[in-house]
Design a protein around this ligand. Structure first.
Ligand code: LLP
Length: 448
């Protein structure tokens, strides 16, 4: 698909009814019921076309560069194999953070040599798995080099490693999403470079092939990426100068934000708290351009490893209204989705747009402010606060937007809630890419 075919409307309203590609979301309920599924909402719905568009926005920007480039999908953003397969078909590799993620990648047939295994705390078996498969391994600390040396000697195998740098740059995001500043547990700080480098140099089985950094997630300023490219280039040159002849890669991590306010209608109504779309988020093309400018003629292979910007806007949570509860000072729309599916509002005070997915049939639909909350027994269980919307009828379908990244995969069974169905839509085709959990699934590891 060409960049100009950018499908910005994978989720679009027609006459008040929300569609994903060519499918009205209310039809998904019937489709799931016809497959014998009793609990049809909440459900994650993904648009295949949106995933493809997101990948191609990166790919189209990267293919113009006169350097080797790799686009690694950060699988932690959403590990559903039904989605990861699409990434593979489109030519992505993967950045992983655990041994099970690596096992999944191998099962799905990704080329191990192009996979990056990252992590500030790797277990020995995870390092062994990566070394045995000749993956790229990120080194995160002095102890991590020693661990890796131990594994290489035992297995009599070489490890190709990237050194993860903590460049001490503020990504200007929620503190839990900040990973490349002093005070973060990730990467090696400048002060400790020499110790780590000395250790790497001491072992011929460790081959330093590049450096890595990841500043954080939800970044909305291109200047921040320019700064990190700049700092990384200086470190790259220094290491090359020190005789690391196999140095080839700079991996700049992921972190590009998405526009969570895209679906917010701009309004002058004083009651609406989010009045305008506040940010102009850089595109993948902006990011690639700035990095390439900084690297200039230097012969560097570039790795980018986005998660959110590849999958975030490709998913919604479809949820049904259980009831509307009026109160002082707050009124609530209680839905069957909750923090067990979408924890980002509770964890990071993140904004996810919420709207009715079908027109309201309530007797009194007048608009007012509601908190949209789930059934979980926690006051932190909310999906959105102070949302100005029409009163929905009981059973009304609602959509929580932009939940493709860091939602299903951060879900839990808290309150013994079952993880919901996940459906992939492509044109007018539906595919169940995860069935909802049953009570037996939840109880399986226990002795009852
Ligand atoms: N590379 C590394 C080393 C990472 O740690 C991450 C994300 C990525 C790439 C992908 O970053 P992205 O492009 O998705 O921003 N749960 C949080 C996000 C945690 C991100 C963890 N690392 C959230 O829901 O906002």
């Amino acid at each position: 698909m060409a960049e100009e075919n950018y499908f910005s409307n994978s989720f679009e309203y027609k006459n008040g009814i929300l569609f994903c590609e060519n499918v009205a979301l209310e039809e998904v309920k019937t489709w799931l019921k016809n497959r014998g599924i009793k609990r049809v909402t909440p459900a994650f719905i993904y648009s295949k076309s949106q995933v493809e568009t997101n990948v191609l926005l990166y790919k189209n920007a990267l293919r113009h560069l006169e350097r080797k480039t790799t686009l690694n999908y950060a699988l932690k953003a959403n590990m559903n194999p039904g989605l990861v397969r699409i990434m593979k078909t489109l030519g992505c590799s993967l950045t992983l953070v655990s041994g099970f993620e690596l096992e999944l990648a191998l099962k799905l047939g990704f080329t191990p040599e192009r996979i990056v295994l990252n992590g500030n705390g790797k277990e020995t078996w995870e390092i062994e798995l990566a070394v045995n498969n000749d993956c790229l391994l990120n080194i995160d600390s002095l102890f991590n080099v020693k661990q890796t040396i131990g594994v290489c000697r035992r297995l009599h195998r070489k490890a190709r490693v990237l050194l993860r740098i903590n460049p001490d740059i503020d990504p200007m995001v929620h503190q839990y999403n900040c990973t490349g500043k002093n005070g973060s547990k990730f990467g090696v700080q400048e002060k400790y470079f020499d110790d780590v480098i000395r250790e790497i140099k001491s072992e011929p089985l460790i081959q330093l092939v590049g450096i890595h950094c990841h500043l954080g997630s939800t970044i909305t300023s291109i200047a921040i990426f320019r700064e990190s490219a700049d700092v990384m280039l200086q470190i790259y040159r220094k290491l090359k100068h020190e005789g690391f002849e196999h140095m080839e890669y700079i991996n700049l991590g992921g972190g590009l934000g998405i526009d969570y306010t895209k679906h917010v209608a701009v309004t002058t109504d004083p009651k609406i708290l989010v009045k305008e779309r506040p940010i102009d988020i850089p595109t993948p093309a902006d990011l690639v351009k700035v990095v390439d400018e900084v690297f200039g003629d230097e012969n560097i292979s570039l790795i980018l490893e986005p998660g959110r910007s590849l999958i975030g806007n490709a998913g919604i949570l479809l949820t049904s209204v259980l009831g509307v509860k009026h109160g002082e000072p707050k009124s609530y729309i209680v839905v069957d989705g909750s923090m067990t599916e979408v924890i980002r509002p509770a964890l990071y005070s993140a904004y996810h747009h919420i709207d009715l997915a079908v027109p309201s049939q309530a007797d009194d639909k007048h608009k007012m402010l509601y908190d949209v909350v789930g059934p979980v027994c926690e006051s932190g269980d909310f999906l959105g606060k102070d949302r100005y919307m029409s009163a929905p009828h009981e059973g009304c379908l609602m959509a929580v937007f932009d939940v493709g990244a860091y939602c299903a995969c951060m879900g839990s069974n808290y309150n013994m809630r079952a993880r919901p169905a996940e459906v992939l839509i492509s044109g007018d085709k539906l595919e169940l890419i995860r069935r909802p959990e049953t009570l037996d699934d939840i109880l399986a590891p226990y002795d009852i």
